[in-house]
Write a protein that binds this ligand. Structure first.
Ligand code: G3P
Length: 221
């Protein structure tokens, strides 16, 4: 399973990239607004830092606008994936950009049929937002199961990119279903690497080493 970071925060991107954990990045206008500054500069920098796929979202809502914007975003790097919204114009733009060799991530997907249409339009990634479905009383992960089944039945190459992830259990569930990618807010990734028994075990090892040092004043680590 690939892990993407769902953020425009450069410090977080560098931190987890240095640990070798990141296969890519996803951003959106809200994540860029959260960081402030010049969004175009930020998107360009992210595309340079990360070698894997970096999803950058268009803000145009028309076909022509999305094509123009998508091509400009792609100039930031060959790893740029153009993120288009799940609309009629978005699917048309997805088809045209994909035919031209510019990969597309279709975002704001909330139903299996939307995912099917994105795959038909040639999307490289489809982004179902599971947390937002949980927020309105649905079980977002059921959507991932349904999309996985449909894509497997018909051998679609479009990758399922699980988005709007809220907690580490979402990642476990997505992995069990066989989703291709999870995109994680930094806080979720941080929680994944922690366990209270790891902290407790490490403290015990260090305390025991300290006792040995007290018995052996010349002992060095
Ligand atoms: O990439 C966008 C998606 O992950 C949105 O997440 O938390 O705003 O529902 P959220």
């Amino acid at each position: 399973m690939k892990i993407f970071l769902d953020t425009a925060n450069l410090d977080a991107i560098k931190k987890y990239n240095d640990m070798g954990l990141l296969d890519g990045i996803t951003t959106n206008p809200s994540l860029l607004a959260k960081e402030g500054g010049d969004p175009q500069k930020t998107m360009k920098e992210i595309s340079t830092i990360i070698k894997g796929d970096v999803s950058l979202e268009v803000v145009s809502t028309t076909y022509d606008g999305m094509i123009e914007e998508g091509k400009k975003l792609r100039e930031y790097g060959n790893n740029v994936i153009v993120k288009c919204p799940m609309t009629g114009d978005g699917l048309r733009a997805c088809k045209s950009l994909s035919v031209e060799g510019i990969p597309v991530n279709v975002t704001l997907v909330f139903s299996p049929n939307q995912a099917l249409l994105a795959a038909k339009a040639g999307a490289k990634y489809v982004s179902p937002f599971i947390g937002r479905l949980d927020d309105i009383g649905h079980t977002g992960m059921d959507l991932i199961k349904e999309i996985k089944q449909i894509f497997t039945n018909y051998n679609f190459k479009t990758e399922i990119l699980v988005a709007s992830v809220r907690h580490p259990q979402h990642v476990v569930d997505a992995g069990k279903i066989g989703a291709d990618v999870v995109t994680l807010p930094p806080a979720v990734l941080e929680k994944m690497l922690k366990h209270t028994l790891t902290d407790k075990g490490l403290k015990a090892f260090l305390d025991d080493w300290e006792r040995l040092q007290a018995e052996n004043p010349d002992l060095k680590a």
